[in-house]
Design a protein around this ligand. Structure first.
Ligand code: DC
Length: 228
């Protein structure tokens, strides 16, 4: 069976990573959370008080950052920053509030895109993010663009945070999501947009299981097509 790249893009909290993880597991592909990479860079910038307006400092800092992923014993992919696990820290609200700003910087994007392309060399990956179908893998066999109503997205994100014992009120979450949507889709460098050949899936009224099933069906279709 032909190995393909599944590129999943869309707004924050549309279920991209939950879907991508599950689809990768079923297909036996590797899952790469590109957002986790931008979050890890952001965490490093915050912890080292790096000024985003000083290009030399940004370049120097990027050279000091190494991001990697490892699958743990439960089969869950975890993010490492310079060899230290940061899976929990990168999901904190303080990182969520700053990550879109860090992601607007061209040197940050170039460094991440280069790493992401290297990870996808062997194909057989599912990668989710904002520019995967448009910039990172414009030749990917299956491109998806997920959307959902902002209220539904906010409740899903609130549940995720609650599961980690972080209680954030719904208005704060909506504000953060809308602010990130705005920055992500209006930035100059590779803004979030739907690739021309991407399939749009509105996840507002469907369950995560239905979403996963639909993506697997599409992926298998592409794999069979390629076999011919
Ligand atoms: O998917 P996420 O919410 O964890 O992503 C966090 C932020 O990272 C998001 O607000 C924008 C940025 N990002 C990006 O610019 N490009 C990507 N491919 C993935 C994420």
């Amino acid at each position: 069976m032909r190995k393909i790249i599944v590129a999943i893009d869309g707004y924050s909290a549309c279920g991209k990573s939950t879907t991508a993880k599950e689809v990768a597991k079923v297909l036996g592909f590797r899952y790469i959370d590109s957002g986790a990479m931008y979050r890890a860079v952001t965490l490093y910038f915050l912890e080292h008080h790096i000024s985003l307006t000083n290009p030399r400092e940004v370049d120097k800092t990027l050279a000091q950052i190494k991001i990697s992923f490892q699958v743990n014993r439960k089969g869950k992919t975890e993010t490492f920053l310079n060899g230290v696990i940061v899976e929990k820290e990168i999901r904190d609200m303080r990182v969520s509030e700053y990550v879109s700003q860090v992601s607007t910087l061209a040197p940050v994007r170039h460094a991440m895109v280069e790493q992401q392309r290297r990870m996808g060399k062997e194909r057989a990956i599912v990668m989710d993010g904002r520019d995967i179908g448009t910039v990172v893998f414009p030749d990917s066999e299956l491109k998806l663009f997920l959307t959902a109503d902002v209220l539904v997205r906010a409740f899903r994100r609130q549940k995720e945070l609650l599961d980690r014992d972080e209680m954030i009120d719904i208005d704060t979450i909506i504000e953060n999501l809308l602010k990130r949507d705005e920055i992500d889709s209006t930035r100059l460098e590779s803004p979030l947009r739907k690739a021309k050949d991407a399939i749009e899936i509105d996840t507002t009224y469907i369950t995560i299981d239905e979403e996963v099933e639909e993506v697997i069906r599409l992926a298998l279709g592409r794999m069979l097509e390629r076999k011919k």
